[in-house]
Design a binder for this molecule. Structure first.
Ligand code: SF4
Length: 658
């Protein structure tokens, strides 16, 4: 393994890195023994090579593919367009045959030719949607997509530039439930999704995303090629992505679509019954307060039961299969929509049959104040059982990320994944899955290259989310000392915008704020001009990769605890507390710790980068959990001394501009 890795690193023009070698050996060991592996590998480790080299070697040796799952399109692209082609070229002479790789996404990511040619108009509000003269933005998008269908090789949405809205894309794509099935579909032989599956079926390395991985774990019919080895990169995102896939919703748009879809297929009495049931549900939730629902009131229970029964009756009334492709597509889409409603109503009603401590689902009412709409959502309290049964009992998994060990321990995340059972600490536990966690560190010298500064003199952040006068003065002083070069990571868009407005008044360097332009364009401007600062919120915490002096200061306005009214995380916290654990530490603090580590990880992107991470939340220095949060970050040199930090930024800036 070490030789293969050395050959690959050499061919790709890199240097040997101890962490990368340790990780590759651990991955190979996991593949040999079947013991799951959790690897924290800091920025600069070169972790994709450290898992791809053993994955390729193993897949070629056993003729059984390795599935590699990522959270972001950026990493997916990096693997498929850069890492895998170069790696394979460098390794093929050392392997018994040339390895093959493929990318596979969920069906809804590919154009559906049947929908384009035989699609029903039930989803579009305008009758003229598919007319060549359509003048709406939606109509124009559909025309564009229809003509793209005849030129694209793979129908993959991510290859369409510029892209289109979800609403436009939904006019030319289907979910797995809405697909006619390859044998019944008149376009089965040309289907983009089926072709991608066929190519993936012959590949040694199949690159996919966490959403499809979750669908594969949940569904009875496999959607990924049979595999016994799995690599989950960006694994810190796994719980959220799987939770999203396992969440269902009742809201006005899909309900209206379902009614439209059945209109031409069933007797008017069924349509009227569905309309009346959807109206009753809308009335039952219209004035409800947003938040978790622990007790189902009679009115809402009756509305859900009526909608479930109306959906089931309409489903039974849909005529049996037809050979006409357009009619078959309309029928399949109607069934998918109506089944989804019936399933969601049943799931919500079922969840309330159990007492609160025994419930496995959380139900809440969400409001969209801009649109004035309300939706009911149901999500799993925990995805641990799902991951354990659907992933870890089926394949040997390697889970990796730069941030997996909040407070220096893998326990919290392993419990969320179902590797370690979420029982009280120190309890004898015979159900644990066999796994091991390693931290291979980072090639960066954090203590020499970076300072972690906590403004312990500032008052604790207030509840309204925007910064105090003292905090704004601190931001101005830090940015002045750094002469721009600042990435401001805020816990809310409101706080970011307020701070940006204030700094534009006070400072003579440029302040960009998320929302002023597309985020990618803002990051490009920020990287191009060192004296520019960029403020923003969540997507910047994880998505900015700007090496060099343009990013010398990361400001974090407050510890990113989840909002106390986040229904799912609050329910998860309550469940851990009810079992005798520390719900705050297991859920809120570990969530904040992982985000902090991600945010602080924006600072050093190259071995020669230097700078400061400034956390403007005094609780990080004074609260009992402050130590735990600091231990979750890379090992920067720590100080609360303001003058020391301002001096260091001054010297750094002088060095950069000299
Ligand atoms: S097989 Fe399914 S996804 Fe493919 S073209 Fe037919 S309906 Fe669309």
């Amino acid at each position: 393994m070490t030789d293969l890795l050395a050959t690959a690193v050499d061919a790709l023009g890199g240097d040997e890195r101890a962490g990368q070698v340790a990780m590759a050996e651990a991955v190979a060991h996991a593949f040999d023994t079947g013991e799951h592996l959790v690897v924290q590998a800091g920025t600069g480790t070169g972790k994709s090579l450290a898992y791809l080299v053993p994955a390729i070697a193993r897949a070629v040796e056993t003729d059984c593919p390795v599935v590699v799952s990522t959270a972001t399109i950026a990493l997916q692209r990096q693997l498929v367009e850069r890492d895998l082609p170069r790696l394979i070229e460098s390794l093929e002479r050392l392997l018994p045959r040339s390895p093959r790789y493929a990318i596979l996404k969920g069906r809804g990511n590919y154009l559906c030719l049947n929908k384009i040619h035989n699609g029903s108009e039930a989803d579009g509000p305008e009758d003229a949607l598919f007319e060549p003269t359509a003048t709406t933005a939606l109509g124009r998008d559909v025309q564009k997509l229809t003509s793209w269908a005849s030129s694209t090789d793979n129908g993959d949405r991510d290859e369409l530039t510029p892209g289109v809205s979800d609403r436009s894309w939904s006019q030319v794509s289907v979910s797995a439930r809405e697909c006619l099935g390859v044998t019944r579909c008149p376009f089965g032989a040309e289907c983009f999704a089926e072709k991608a599956r066929a190519v993936a079926g012959k590949a040694d390395v199949v690159v996919t995303n966490h959403a499809l991985l979750a669908i594969d774990a949940i569904s009875e019919a496999p959607v990924l090629p049979e595999h016994d080895l799995l690599v989950v990169d960006e694994a810190h995102e796994l719980v959220d992505r799987v939770t999203t896939v396992a969440t269902q919703e009742l809201s006005s748009t899909p309900l209206a679509v379902a009614v439209r879809r059945i209109t031409k297929l069933v007797e008017p009495e069924h349509v009227e019954r569905m309309e009346s049931a959807t109206n009753a549900l809308a009335s039952a939730i219209r004035d409800g307060l947003a938040g978790r629902i622990d007790t189902l009131d009679d009115g809402l229970a009756a509305a859900l039961a009526a909608l479930r029964d109306a959906s089931a009756a309409a489903r039974r009334a849909i005529p049996t299969s037809t050979s006409d492709p357009a009619a078959a597509a309309a029928r399949t889409e109607a069934i998918a929509a109506i089944d989804d409603i019936a399933d969601t109503c049943s799931r919500i009603l079922e969840s309330f049959r159990l007492e609160v401590p025994d419930r496995t689902d959380v139900v809440w009412l969400a409001r969209d104040d801009v649109r004035g709409s309300a939706h009911l959502r149901v999500a799993p309290l925990s995805v641990a059982g799902l991951l354990r049964g659907g992933l870890f009992n089926r394949a040997t998994a390697v889970l990796t990320s730069a941030t997996l060990a909040p407070g220096g321990s893998f326990d919290a995340i392993a419990a969320q994944w179902g590797l370690r059972s979420e029982k009280i600490e120190n309890t004898e536990n015979t159900e644990d899955v066999q796994w091991r966690g390693i931290d291979v560190g980072s090639p960066f010298k954090h203590a020499k290259s970076g300072i972690l500064y906590v403004s312990s003199h500032l008052p604790p952040p207030g509840r309204d989310g925007t910064g105090s006068a003292e905090q704004l003065a601190e931001i101005a002083a830090l940015i002045s000392a750094a002469r721009g070069r600042t990435l401001g990571l805020f816990s809310s868009m409101r706080a970011a915008a307020a701070a940006a407005e204030e700094m534009r008044e006070r400072l003579d360097t440029t302040i960009l704020c998320q929302g002023d332009d597309a985020t990618a364009a803002l990051v490009e401007k920020f990287a191009a001009d060192p004296e520019t600062s960029l403020f923003g919120t969540l997507s910047l915490w994880q998505g900015v990769d700007v090496p060099g002096p343009s990013l010398s200061l990361v400001i974090i306005d407050r510890i990113p605890f989840p909002r106390p009214d986040d229904p799912l995380l609050a329910a998860r916290q309550r469940a851990v507390t009810a079992r005798g654990g520390n719900g705050f530490m297991a859920v809120a603090a570990s969530h904040a710790a992982l985000l902090l580590a991600q945010g602080a990880g924006r600072l050093l992107r190259r071995v020669d980068d230097k700078g400061v991470v400034a956390v403007l939340d005094s609780r990080m220095a004074t609260a009992r959990y402050g130590r735990y949060l600091r231990d979750s970050l890379p090992p920067f040199w720590f100080t609360t001394d303001r003058d020391t930090v301002l001096g260091a930024l001054d010297r750094l800036t002088a060095g950069a501009t000299a």
